[in-house]
Design a protein around this ligand. Sequence first.
Ligand code: GDP
Ligand code: IMO
Ligand code: MG
Length: 426
Amino acid sequence: MENTVVIGAQWGDEGKAKITDLLARQADIIIRYQGGCNAGHTVVADNKTFKFHLIPSGILYKDKICMIGAGTVIYPEVLKEEIENLKAENVSLDGLKISPLASVTMPYHIDIDGRSESCAANKIGTTKRGIGPTYTDKISRHGLKVEDLFDEEFLSRKLDDILTVKNKELVHIYGLEPYTKEKVFEICKKYAQILKPYVCYDWQMLFHNALKNNKSILFEGAQGVMLDIDWGTYPYVTSSNPVAGGACTGSGFGPSVPKNIIGVSKAYITRVGEGPFVTELTDETGDKIRNIGHEFGTTTGRPRRTGWFDAVVAKYSVLVSGLTSMAITKIDVFDTFDEIKVCVAYKDKRDGSVYSWYPTNVNIHKYLEPVYEIHKGWKQDLTGMKSYDELPENAKKYLERLEELIGVKISIISVGPDREQTIFKS
Ligand code: GDP
Ligand code: IMO
Ligand code: MG
């Protein structure tokens, strides 16, 4: 397989992990490049359901290198739990590697995330996993990298610097308890023990040899384009770069390495947390999609907001991530629907102007309404279908229209959560 990036093309939870797991079969190295345990990635294999937050979705195959990359933020407590759960299922962790350059989420990051969400007038609806505060510290150069945890003398000096600022922030801005250096030092020692077996100091040699020997590299994105810190619906976004460009900055492989970029979209859209969502359905159709699609958060259990497929969003994702193809998941959720809507543009209620490109100024989204075209349902069970030819005419028409609207081919169609419930289209 050519080096491939898998990203979410909507607001997350598109079924990326299912697609990553499928493609991982043909990959040698799978690398997660951004985000942290805000991600909830579900893989259904051999009648078992696995949920990953940090570990790449390729871990279920033996003999693969699965790396948590430099652009990620790692909360060791969640990683420990994930490792223990996989061990209990007899999944080998021999291939798990952690970049020494990844950032560490500390308990005070989680304290701050929780407090700023509970007292903010304008909530983001974060996962409260400390993601924003960890990335904030990384950017302001007060963060801890994985490799910092293993040099006690350096760590001691660094903690003096960090805690001088951090305790002021905790106490005076957030009204939270300060942390003593002794306590943070002990936490760091505990985290070092959790991470130690997996830290990959020879990653440069590994990457060099992988390129030299034409090994196949699969880049696994978390979240989705519309949650990107630069390209998403700011400020209702996460704090990293899920766009395909993030695959390079977050992994250490340059932009000439990936050849395919697959965007994953559901046949509809979901969103968790706050923020604009033009095609949102707050009626019984929205409830129907949520119930049939089991649209409840993998990480937080929150009900996901639901809405019709938005081709304006899809076209935007194609552009800002340079998608070479799209994977459409959960098309089976529409099996009982009489009709299916697709948003092709937005109309401004104030003056009737029409947007066919995504308006990045989210302040005007409250004035926008979707312009829909309506497709006939297929009223047939797709979940057992194995080839494109088997699909009913109306399903094919729907998919072909999506291709036309978004401007790239649909290379994968997912008709159920299981590995086997997948149609590859050439
Ligand atoms: P991710 O974060 O993008 O990896 O997606 P999640 O795992 O959070 O959510 C996707 C959910 O949809 C999971 O429960 C998957 O098992 C499920 N899923 C994936 N593809 C399909 C599909 O084609 N049909 C159905 N019915 N479920 C799917
Ligand atoms: P996967 O990888 C869906 C959302 C949160 C919130 C916003 C910011 O499973 O697709 P954060 O905790 O990151 O600061 O929250 O981003 N969010 C996700 N929504 N899927 C995810 O990950 C998400 N990760 C974060 O709900 O709106
Ligand atoms: Mg998810």
